[in-house]
Design a protein around this ligand. Structure first.
Ligand SMILES: [Cu+2]
Length: 383
């Protein structure tokens, strides 16, 4: 059966509870065509955001707002962008930092690159696609209770030529309120030759060993759940390894933090004053469980954590080789011990690329990314 949908997410600031205006926030958008994306997916979930192609970071999404079916709009992200692609090779050299002027490397897209979608300013594709089952539920003999639904997702993507590689940067917005940033590496192998212990034989026989390497992709996510104030980052662990019980352990990250992945560990950004109709605080969960967790030498300390929490600072834009004057150079330096009032989350996802014959040529896309999932944004499944 369908659920009651008259949810009223409200802000209770300074003791007062202010209901949010329902429906569209488009009038408040700080952008307009062709930079405005406002898409309602089949089933009723709606995403609203602005994009820009920044010279340094490339595709940058601003003011991301989620409007669940039948519910008021909730702003999620002030901005989201790639923050670095660090590519160290297994022999020790070379060690590339592929982001510095990503916007100027943007590739004009064709219709074939953007199936069923719209190309904006030639370099950004906005489209939707199926995402498989949203749910499937047996009716236990009652056809009226039998439920099945296919999900859809909104995709905003751009592509960049960096040396021999082509990078695809995708931000995927699900009709379930999820956000999946991911980067795909394709194009051609660099053709870097190495000793057998650092590579894999590519081409006829065993003459050319293509050098293995990592792609350590960093994203910068400035969360603003209904504005910049009050957002808090929490880390969740579940104690009880090798026993029958599991006990939830919550750690509030009140200060800047260099966090590492652990089995079952996840984080969330929560605004304790913004509640769903069950009175649970609205939050988004961050899960970074697919990383190869590359750890480099001491002069690459930025590789030694999987998620950084920092206090917002406008000049901190890239995870390494940050060029702003009077600003830190890399994300490990941003994460000191400052108190966090407006959190920025930096997610580091590693992929170890050991080339194979199938990589020649064109190289099939290898994807890497992480997941952001709504946690208590709506009181029930809105669909
Ligand atoms: Cu690669």
């Amino acid at each position: 059966m369908f659920l009651q949908l008259a949810l009223a997410v409200f802000v209770a600031a300074a003791g007062s509870a202010t209901p949010l205006a329902s429906g569209t926030a488009a009038a408040e958008r700080p952008c307009s065509s062709p930079y405005l994306i406002d898409r309602e997916l089949p089933g009723g979930a709606r995403w609203q955001l602005c994009w820009e192609m920044r010279t340094i970071e490339g595709l940058t999404l601003n003011r991301v707002t989620y409007v669940p079916k039948g519910s008021p709009a909730v702003s999620v992200l002030r901005s989201a962008a790639l923050a670095q692609i660090h590519v160290p090779y297994d022999s020790g050299e070379p060690r590339y930092h592929d982001i510095g002027s990503l916007g100027s490397a943007a590739i004009p897209l064709t219709d074939a690159d953007c199936p069923g979608g719209e190309r904006r300013r030639q370099v950004v594709c906005v489209t939707t696609r199926p995402r498989g089952h949203a749910y499937l539920k047996d009716g236990f003999g009652d056809p009226a209770l039998r439920r099945s639904k296919q999900g859809r997702e909104l995709v905003v993507l751009s592509a960049y030529q960096v040396g021999w590689y082509t990078y695809i940067s995708e931000f995927v917005f699900g009709d379930d309120g999820s956000i999946t940033p991911r980067a795909g590496a394709t194009g051609s192998l660099a053709g870097t030759t190495t000793a057998p212990k650092h590579g894999w034989p590519i081409g006829v026989g065993s003459r050319h060993f293509e050098e293995s390497h990592s792609h350590n992709v960093f994203w910068r996510m400035d969360f603003d759940i209904q504005g910049a104030s009050r957002d808090v980052v929490e880390q969740y662990d579940f104690a009880g390894d090798r026993t029958k019980k599991r006990a939830l352990k919550r750690t509030v990250l009140r200060r800047e933090t260099k966090a590492v992945n652990q089995r079952m560990r996840w984080w969330r950004v929560v605004d304790p004053k913004v509640r769903n109709t069950d009175l649970h605080p609205v939050s988004w969960e961050i899960n970074n469980s697919d990383s190869a967790q590359y750890r480099g030498p001491s002069d690459e300390a930025f590789t030694r954590a999987d998620l950084y929490v920092t206090q917002y600072r406008a000049c901190e834009r890239l995870a390494t080789y940050n060029v702003a004057p009077k600003c830190g150079k890399s994300v490990d330096r941003y994460a000191g011990r400052e108190r966090v009032k407006d959190p920025v989350i930096w997610v580091n996802v590693g992929y170890h690329h050991v080339a194979r014959d199938e990589d020649a040529d064109p190289m099939p896309v290898h994807w890497q990314g992480f997941r952001i999932t709504p946690r208590d944004v709506t009181a029930k499944n809105p669909h």
